[in-house]
Design a protein. Structure first.
Length: 560
């Protein structure tokens, strides 16, 4: 990872603030997720930015749950968010907060706005409020309840708190400007009635503050200096400032940056919830999901995600990031840290006819050529092996250099072998077994007479290997921008995003691999042990493929 400190406009703002002694030369940020879903890769960018800035400038960063909507929030989401932030390598220490802890203070701020004639109780329905708000080119209309007296508003607001009105019958709205060019300033709702049990406050409240209202005051209460948020809140900044200035409390600075947009996926929480609830994926941690828990289960490392966030940087304008960059970051990390092993995913049996039937050798294999400290291991070799079915062609096309009748290839760490016979199923004609001979003089994979072979194949010993299930994951969507053409992102779901291989074989050294352990299956890609694994049947998820030159050649040949 790059050890140089990042340079971006947010850090420049903070440096200037520190120079002039703003906020008493403090830096205090926060990561404020709403606990209404699992965090995704876009949140990882915000986490790395907020915690990273605090660390770089020797400041503090809070983790605050903006839990103001009990109908969508769950303890499960709270706990998953904590786990994800910790897994990424960040620590909020004793600064874990909840907006719900400030409900009494927030209520007091609302009362203060009413007393200053800056808020009123409105009886328009949500549809009517939307109608009265106007459009981007037409000003809004004032609510008929806008000019109620302070006394009446205070009385009605107190009755709202006591639960005397049904859901949706009344709201508390800020009194700002219905003709404002910024629709967010056209008397926004700041409290709504919701007779719903909150995961922390129970049934103590039946009115709940809106996000815009709770967020700015929570920042103020916690002494945040730089309230860093994504670009969609830029038009909300005047409202953020208006609330704090009208009440006259401590005022943090809101700064917006471009959110992460990643191709071949969706990062809208609403859409992710649809994928989960409608069964298009197997839960929030499905390895095809862009959630942090999904990426973790797929085999991504926290280092690779932090590196990715650093590489894409912090910008003022939205842009689309190629998924290939995220995949590059995990390849770069695992190339240095993952143990190499051999695994055969689509096996075909190979019988070495001139190898002694009961003989077993232990051959030496390198665990990681990038890191000698990872040492070597012993790999059992015997008369009957498995190789990849794709590594054999009975009638090989041009530029296919792997095993074929009469052709010699190298077995990784082992011997040169030559295919001498092909056994087929008499009914289907499918190749079921290959008979080969080996050259004992090529032990270790080198020929004493320096003859050349054009391919090296991986393999496992049939009698020593472990049966495994392997899950091959691809992009969840077939289009770079799901739903762009059809206006329904689900029409672009990739029906081949998951391929289950249940008859795979892996080296015996993986017998004790634990959930989350990562490996490079030589020539096949990077894989990790899934949480569904058992001692009897390990399960591996493909994290990312290796670059496969032959796949490109074969694709080009098919097009030709």
């Amino acid at each position: 990872m790059n050890t140089e400190k990042p340079v971006d406009f947010i850090r420049e703002i903070i440096r200037e603030d520190l120079k002039i002694g703003k906020y008493n030369s403090r830096v205090h940020t926060r990561f404020p997720p709403e606990p209404n879903g699992y965090l995704h890769i876009g949140h990882a960018k915000s986490i790395c930015l907020n915690f990273g800035v605090a660390e770089e400038f020797k400041g503090l960063c809070n983790l605050r749950f903006d839990d103001t909507n009990p109908t969508k929030e769950e303890v499960e989401y709270v706990e998953s968010i904590k786990e994800d932030v910790k897994w990424l390598g960040f620590d909020w220490q004793d600064r874990g907060y909840y907006a719900s802890a400030y409900f009494e203070k927030l209520y007091g701020f609302a009362v203060e706005l009413i007393k200053k004639e800056k808020a009123y109780v409105c009886e328009l329905s949500s549809d009517e409020i939307r109608e009265y708000r106007g459009t981007l080119i037409e000003p809004g209309k004032e609510s008929p309840y806008r000019n109620r007296s302070v006394e009446e508003n205070l009385e009605l607001f107190e009755k709202m708190r006591k639960g005397e009105f049904p859901d949706g019958s009344r709201t508390l709205r800020a009194k700002i400007d219905m003709k404002s060019g910024n629709i967010n300033m056209r008397d926004p709702v700041i409290y709504r009635i919701m007779h719903a049990e909150h995961h922390r406050t129970g049934n103590n409240w039946c009115i709940y503050p809106m996000y815009d209202f709770a967020h700015c005051f929570s920042d103020s209460i916690e002494g945040i200096t730089h309230s860093i948020c994504t670009l969609e809140f830029e038009d909300h900044r005047p409202l953020y400032d208006w609330f704090l200035d009208e009440v006259g409390v401590y005022h943090p600075q809101q700064i917006e940056f471009a959110r992460l947009n990643l191709n071949y996926t969706v990062l809208s929480k609403r859409k992710l919830i649809q994928l989960v609830r409608e069964g298009h994926v197997n839960g929030w941690d499905d390895p095809r999901m862009p959630t942090i828990s999904g990426l973790r289960r797929r085999g991504y490392t926290p280092e690779s995600i932090r590196n990715f966030c650093e590489r894409i940087g912090v910008a003022k304008r939205d842009s689309l990031v190629d998924m290939a960059l995220l995949e590059y970051c995990i390849r770069e990390d695992l190339n240095k840290s993952a143990q190499r092993v051999m695994a055969v995913l689509k096996p075909i049996k190979v019988v070495i006819t001139n190898y002694p039937e009961n003989q077993v050798e232990e051959l030496e294999a390198i665990n990681n050529p990038e890191d000698e400290s990872m040492g070597k291991r012993k790999v059992p070799f015997s008369r009957i092996l498995y190789i990849e079915r794709d590594d054999f062609r009975e009638n090989p096309p041009k530029e296919f250099f792997r095993l074929a009748p009469g052709r010699e290839v190298r077995l990784r760490y082992a011997y040169y072998i030559t295919c001498v016979d092909v056994i087929k199923d008499k009914t289907t004609g499918e190749v079921t077994e290959l008979h080969c001979t080996y050259d004992p003089a090529t032990r270790g994979g080198d020929s004493p007479d320096k003859r050349k072979v054009k391919a090296t194949l991986h393999w496992v010993s049939a009698s020593h290997s472990i049966g495994a299930e392997v899950r091959l994951y691809d992009h969840l969507f077939t289009k770079p921008s799901p739903g762009e053409e059809s206006n329904d992102f689900k029409t672009d779901i990739n029906p081949k995003s998951l391929e289950l291989l249940k008859q795979c074989y892996v080296e015996p050294c993986l017998a004790n691999a634990k959930t989350g352990d990562r490996f490079q299956f030589e020539r096949m890609g990077y894989f990790c042990v899934d949480c569904d694994s058992t001692k009897e049947k390990p399960v591996f998820n493909r994290t990312v493929t290796l670059r496969d030159t032959w796949a490109k050649i074969e694709k080009a040949q098919k097009k030709g």
